[in-house]
Design a protein around this ligand. Structure first.
Ligand code: FAD
Length: 380
């Protein structure tokens, strides 16, 4: 039986950190999230959430919100970039609900972030707190130091601070993620700008060395999202808010199908950033500190699984910590790592190949995962 309520600090209020907080609150843990940003902004981006993530989100009570705000495509199609020939069509819609029990959703990233943020009381999210370092106290607790001069202490710390994680750096030393030589241009814009053009609801156009994905982000189909993977080996800034040049983007896709060119012609502006990745890390845990989400398994977006696996992490983490007292935290965190790493490493490596769903193949090992019932690694 727990002797006293665990106090867990989470660094980063992204999709991973917020989900972890919501999952930990379900098991009675006291959670505080420290986020460097001064507020949350709604940048133009879509996000795919597959059944493996939706099982977690439904258990957190988000079913009605998701059904109301997210789009459910009938299929996820792959087409050749120029002829438009269909190379694969993965049935979604009713087929995915029948197979996996929950939908496959496409939505605005800001909508997903907002609904997760509402699961955590505002007083448990400390904005404008940028972690600069941490110290392990002899009794196992952890002291956090922030650039605003404040400090905090917790029984355990979860580093959900993204691909440039300071918590990862404190654990494993400085090492920049690997730039893939490719950039993502992406934006969400009103479909009325297409002047009635009928576009595919969920499509990936595969070119010889580049691709573009587009889909609707709400059930009304009045907003369209696209994201590219475009070779630009000289680009190096990774920022959610870096603007892209529309002429450069349109020129990069001028050999693509007329539908792609029409979408790019209609979009009013676009963001751009470098696509980076890491190999699976040697470890995710040190003392009572653990990593989660992009901090420990950043991946290329080619399977649309980065956020989904971060969401899975939160559920498994909460199962490992359920009923654990302070003395058991390190063992619980190691159990979390042992449960999660084989799966996330496999997805990282598969995603890097950028062949996912171009041709028919088995998606069940990804979408069929249930973070609430998956056997946990043996306790050590
Ligand atoms: P982040 O979202 O990076 O959040 C980290 C948080 O930590 C941020 O709020 C940041 O401000 C904060 N932070 C950072 N440093 C500090 C610090 N020192 N102190 C305090 N706070 C700090 N995934 C999907 O599942 N489906 C998709 O369709 C999909 N599409 C994608 C498309 C593109 C182009 C890209 C690049 C990624 C895509 N992903 C997708 C992946 C997904 O975006 C990430 O995997 C996911 O956002 C990771 O969440 P996170 O919470 O781990 O990290």
């Amino acid at each position: 039986m727990r002797q006293q309520t665990l106090r867990i600090a989470i660094i980063g209020a992204g999709i991973g950190g917020l989900t972890a907080a919501a999952c930990l609150r379900r098991i009675g843990v006291e959670v505080c999230i420290f986020e460097q940003a001064r507020g949350f902004t709604r940048l133009g981006a879509g996000i795919q959430q597959a059944p493996n993530a939706i099982r977690v989100l439904y258990a957190l009570g988000l079913k009605d919100r998701l059904l109301a705000q997210a789009f459910q495509p009938d299929s996820n199609d792959s087409r050749d970039y120029d002829t438009g020939a269909l190379t694969n069509s993965l049935p979604l819609g009713e087929a995915v609900r029948a197979r996996h029990g929950v939908p496959y959703f496409l939505m605005h990233r800001g909508d997903l972030h907002a609904m997760l943020a509402e699961l955590v009381p505002p007083e448990a999210i400390r904005l404008n707190h940028r972690l600069m370092g941490l110290d392990h106290n002899p009794d196992g607790t952890v002291r956090l130091r922030f650039t605003n001069g404040e400090s905090a202490e917790a029984d355990a710390v979860i580093g959900a601070d993204g691909v440039h994680s300071i918590v990862r750096e404190a654990m494993l030393g400085p090492e920049a993620p690997r730039f893939t030589g490719r950039v993502a241009y992406r934006t969400v814009f009103p479909t009325r700008r297409l002047n009635g053009l009928d576009v595919y609801p969920c499509i990936k156009w595969w070119g010889p060395d580049r691709h573009i994905v587009s889909y609707f982000v709400n059930p009304r189909r009045d907003e369209l999202y696209f994201v590219t993977s475009t070779p630009e080996p000289d680009f190096s800034i990774e920022s959610w808010s870096s603007k892209g040049d529309l002429d450069t983007l349109r020129a990069a896709y001028d050999m693509f199908h007329p539908q792609v060119r029409a979408i790019l012609a209609a979009c009013p502006d676009v963001h751009k950033w470098a696509l980076v990745e890491r190999d699976p890390l040697p470890r995710w845990v040190e003392g009572n500190v653990a990593l989660l989400g992009d901090a420990c398994h950043p991946m290329t977006p080619y399977m649309a699984q980065g956020a989904s696996t971060s969401i899975e992490d939160g559920a498994v983490l909460s199962r490992c910590l359920d009923g654990v007292d302070r003395d058991g935290v390190n063992a619980a965190l190691r159990r979390y790592e042992a449960t999660r790493k084989p799966r996330t490493s496999r997805i990282q490596l598969t995603s890097a190949q950028n062949t996912w769903l171009r041709q028919p193949h088995d998606a069940d090992w990804v979408y069929g995962y249930d973070a609430w019932t998956e056997p946990l690694a043996p306790a050590s």
